[in-house]
Every structure is written in structure tokens, then in C-alpha cells.
Design a protein around this ligand. Structure first.
Ligand SMILES: [Zn+2]
Length: 381
């Protein structure tokens, strides 16, 4: 089964190679990953353990239930993890792109670009089924009951297979323009605004918040607001990713820092800046410079739209791989008798060999026919 094509190394003479190796020794983790393709609309690369003051611009819209909501891009993002390659693709489920007469716009081959389907969503349950077969086979091999979910060994096996599925269910990513103020750190380790001509100095960045992170940190910070703030839009927050080691002062590594996010609402600073008209000025500045949700869908690698035929083509290797492995796993593993062996031997005379798959198949088939139950989905997430 063909995988993705492994890129070929570039041919370099020794001097060029040495120069590149020297460059590589200065290379920093995280800094080089292009989340935004437009340097005028950069993504926020926060520093580990640095206390920051940020402002979420108040760019509001009215939703279908007549509530004021942040007018931001909220893409559903699929994680793809196949043969060690990792990617993210925006979900297209429910998205339709039609002309005035309700006809879907199509690509050069006449395939609708966006017809409400999503090839990744359509294959998520097939991946669950394959993971389930792997769990059953591995549990059976060591004499465990795959349904014994309290057993630590079963738990580990389930986590391994459900956690390494190639096509994940989509996650919501709230994508906001974020105003990051220039600050200094006081002796208590708190961020203090740097002001110039009585105005804070700031830069605008994109920042994406996962639904889980939003609920765990930003929403909790809102609940702690003493001024009754109900929306992150229009408010200043103290934000810090990870802490310095108390004993040595060492910085956390980037990966740990991202997981250890603390967010606190700063009502007093919000009130002061709002009172001075500064937050309104910033809102106007963000709008005027074009930090819209359309811009996010244009320049951010995770937010761009990929058409349905293009997604189907890019994951075709993966869906074929899932189908092939599912078929292989559905045949009783290790039983010497298989349908292909039966075909080779003509099916007759090989009574002993065909007895095993015949006996095993109905049980296997029942498992495969079972729809992915809520419990299964729930326990895997
Ligand atoms: Zn999808």
C-alpha cells in the first residue's frame, strides 16, 4: 500500500551543506512553523512563562437566536495522522456553495466543490471500526475481555488503538484577532503595560482557541469577572503559558507551556482603557486593518477551505488503507484458512481449514455490523 511520497533530500556541495548545518544549530522550535501565510497577518507565537496582557477586540454579530456573539471564524478542524505524517483539514460537512439557482459550483471534472458532505467525516466511523477490531484482537491474544473497561491493560490497549486513528472527528477552533500589549514584568512577576504618550503599545495577531481550552480557561476567567463581563470580546486578560521552574528559574519547554495555560480576567485594566476610549480605538483599528473572519479563512493554514473532491483525493490512500486492514482483520487472524486459501484449494477437501473461518466469521461479522455505539465513541474521546 503506497503511503505519502517521502520527500527527496536536496543535493548540496560540502560548503552549502556546512552553511545549512550552521543555520540549523540556531533553529528554534515553533518559530519556523508557518501558521499564517501572510506576514501582515501573523499568528501569535507566545513565549513560554512570560506574563502577557492581551485584549480580545469587540467585533460582534447577532446570531440566529438573536444573541450578540463574537464575529469570528470557528472552523471545525479534522486532525489527520497517517504513517507518521500529521496534518489538519477543515471540515466541509454542511457547507454548500451554490449559484443563484441552487446549483452547486463544480470543479473542472464536474464534481461539486462544496455539496454539504465531508469525506473525512464519512470515514471516521470506518476508522473506529478498524480500531475496535484491533482492540478485540490484541485483548484476545493476551486473554483479556475488550469490554472490561476498568482493567488498566484493556484501557491502555483501547487508548493505543482509538487514539491513533488516522482520521479524527472535528474539533472547534475559535479563531480570534488578539491584541497583545507591550509589557514589562514587575517584581511580583505581573505584566505591566508599557505606555507611550498615555497610550499602550500593541500588536495584532491571530490566535486559535480549542473548544476544550476555551471552556477550561477563558470561560472560567469570564466567570470570575467582578464587573459581570459575559463575553471575552471587549475584555483584557492576563495570559501565561507555563511557569518558570521555582528552584532553577528554567523555562518550560514549548510543548508543556502550551498545555499549562493560565488566563485571568483584568477588569480594572479593561475599565481604565475603556474609560479612556482606548479600547474603542483598538476595535476600530482591528476592523480598519481587515482582521475579519474571511481573512482568517484566507491566510491561516488550518482555516483555509479545501474542496470536497480535493479532500477525497488527498485522503484516498488513507481510506483504502482502512478498508484493506478492516478486511484483513475481519478474517479470523492466524487461522490458516482464509477465503483466498479456499479459492486456491478450490474450497473442497480443505474441510479443516475452511471450518475455522466459517466458524469465526459469523462472530466477526456481528462485530463489524454493529454500529459504533455511543459508549464506544464516548470512551475513546
Ligand atoms: Zn468533516
Amino acid at each position: 500500500m503506497a503511503g505519502f511520497n517521502r520527500p527527496k533530500p536536496v543535493a548540496l556541495d560540502p560548503a552549502k551543506l556546512a552553511a545549512l548545518v550552521a543555520e540549523a544549530s540556531e533553529q528554534k522550535i515553533g518559530g519556523s512553523f508557518q501558521k499564517s501565510t501572510d506576514p501582515d497577518f501573523p499568528y501569535w507565537n507566545h513565549e513560554p512563562a512570560k506574563p502577557c496582557l492581551v485584549y480580545v477586540p469587540r467585533i460582534m454579530a447577532i446570531d440566529s437566536e438573536n444573541n450578540a456573539v463574537l464575529d469570528i471564524d470557528k472552523p471545525l478542524i479534522h486532525s489527520i495522522n497517517f504513517n507518521g505524517q500529521y496534518s489538519k483539514i477543515r471540515c466541509t460537512r454542511g457547507l454548500n456553495l451554490t449559484d443563484g439557482e441552487g446549483k452547486h459550483y463544480a470543479d473542472d471534472h464536474g464534481n461539486a466543490l462544496f455539496d454539504g458532505s465531508c469525506p473525512i467525516c464519512d470515514n471516521v466511523s470506518a476508522g473506529f471500526e478498524l480500531a475496535k477490531l484491533h482492540v478485540e484482537a490484541e485483548c484476545k491474544a493476551v486473554g483479556l475481555n475488550p469490554e472490561d473497561k476498568d482493567n488498566d491493560q484493556v484501557k491502555a490497549i483501547r487508548k493505543k488503538h482509538y487514539g491513533s486513528r488516522a482520521l479524527g472527528q472535528p474539533d472547534v477552533k475559535l479563531t480570534i484577532p488578539l491584541v497583545v500589549f507591550e509589557t514589562t514584568e514587575d517584581d511580583k512577576g505581573r505584566a505591566q503595560l508599557v505606555v507611550n504618550d498615555n497610550k499602550p503599545i500593541y500588536k495584532i495577531f491571530w490566535y486559535a482557541i480549542s473548544q476544550r481550552q476555551y471552556e477550561k480557561t477563558w470561560e472560567v476567567a469570564l466567570d470570575n469577572s467582578e464587573s459581570g463581563a459575559e463575553n471575552i470580546g471587549g475584555n483584557v486578560f492576563g495570559v501565561q503559558f507555563g511557569k518558570k521552574d521555582a528552584a532553577t528559574g528554567a523555562l518550560p519547554n514549548a510543548r508543556d507551556a502550551v498545555k499549562d495555560l493560565s488566563v485571568s480576567i483584568r477588569d480594572a485594566i479593561t475599565g481604565k482603557l475603556r474609560g479612556a476610549g482606548i479600547l474603542d480605538e483598538i476595535d476600530a483599528d482591528v476592523k480598519e486593518k481587515g482582521w475579519t473572519k474571511s481573512k482568517a479563512a484566507e491566510v491561516l493554514a488550518e482555516n483555509v477551505f479545501v474542496s470536497v473532491p480535493e479532500i477525497a483525493s488527498s485522503i484516498s490512500t488513507i481510506t483504502a488503507d482502512i478498508a484493506m486492514k478492516t478486511q484483513m482483520m475481519s478474517v479470523a487472524p492466524g487461522s490458516g484458512g482464509s477465503t483466498s486459501l479456499d479459492a486456491l484449494t478450490g474450497g473442497g477437501g480443505a474441510a479443516a481449514a475452511s471450518a475455522a473461518p466459517l466458524g469465526a466469521l459469523p462472530a466477526g461479522a456481528t462485530d463489524v455490523d454493529e454500529p459504533a455505539s455511543g459508549g464506544l465513541l464516548g470512551s475513546a474521546v
